[in-house]
Design a protein around this ligand. Sequence first.
Ligand code: PLP
Length: 394
Amino acid sequence: MKRNPNAFLKDEYNELVKNNFDWKLRILETGSQPHSVVDGKEVLMLCSNNYLNLSNHPKLIKVAVEAAKKFGAGSGSVRAIAGTMKLHMEVEKRLAKFKGTEASLIYQTGFAANSGLIPQLADKGDIIVSDELNHGSIIDGVRLTKADRAVYKHRDLGDLEKVLKEADKKYRRILIITDGVFSMDGDIAPMDKIVDIANEFGAMTYVDDAHGEGVIGPDGRGIGAHFGIEGKIDVEMGTFSKAYGVVGGLIAGSRDLVNFAFNKSRTWLLSGSHPPAVAGAQLAAIDVLENEPQHVKNLWDNTKYFKKELNSMGFDTGKSETPITPVIVGESSKAKELSNRLYDEGIFALPIVFPMVARDKARIRTMMNAGLKKKDLDFALEKFESLGKKLHII
Ligand SMILES: *Cc1c(COP(=O)(O)O)cnc(C)c1O
């Protein structure tokens, strides 16, 4: 019989639906705002990565519009050929200064940075050493190399040292990669100590600070500034798509790193550069972070208040040290039910369930936002408390 080349599309999709593993897309009818309209209902937004609410900041919007008017809707090319505009260069210069590094480089997305750069940093004869809870885009980047791989227990320095001791004699280069802020639990990698250990073994350090950029460190300068080790992490990678409120991947480090990275990363060389509006908004985001400290302050004030109140109600928020605050409820079905009921009450926060987290650690993952007011938080807390009691979580 002749094969049907498309049959698997429907079969595999139906299998996902049957197991309730398919993504049901929620549609925003407003911008991503503290009060958004999602699927026709006004809700408090508690699950966007727009931590500082910068996507709605008048300055970002104004500069984006002006850049589009002046330079057009698209950039016309990949960066390496004819798609590098003065605006792109300006963003990289400003970003390096902001982050206290020699140089920086912008990729189309954070995913493109990880999947384009990591494979160039290690090859046959080298080893990549990863925290066991690293983000999927790091894992994909690692998969593209011919290097050997090793994993150490989550944030476990003893285990990291053990892995490095074993690797020390056998390999040409060692690359240690970790998330900065871990996206499921909101805990922070002990980057200062990881850098010390790396120095002992002559290993290179690479941190994915997607959830730390704009959030941790003075003025949201990221994980290097958070630990006071600016310029000491070999590769600081991050994104403009979260707290910065725009889109785009970034790396910050030495001039040598940037020269190497843009000449070698295939995702950078073979894919179109950001439209002027995007580059303009990135520039404005850095400007706002440098000149308006209130956004980062509001984010942390809100985070501390929300977390303290949840804990005093008896909720388990795990190991979170950041605005990512998981509300751990146990079984997957309970997390899904809580999320649905919260939505009915006007709160948008999604469940994270097995296999993304352990079977008994299903949770609602809340992300705090600088634009939420105290009355918004009190409204959310009241709903969490009453539903938590109804569902026997607290
Ligand atoms: C979101 C995220 C990315 C991807 O960043 P984009 O710029 O959205 O592609 C990479 N790493 C981590 C840890 C993330 O959370």
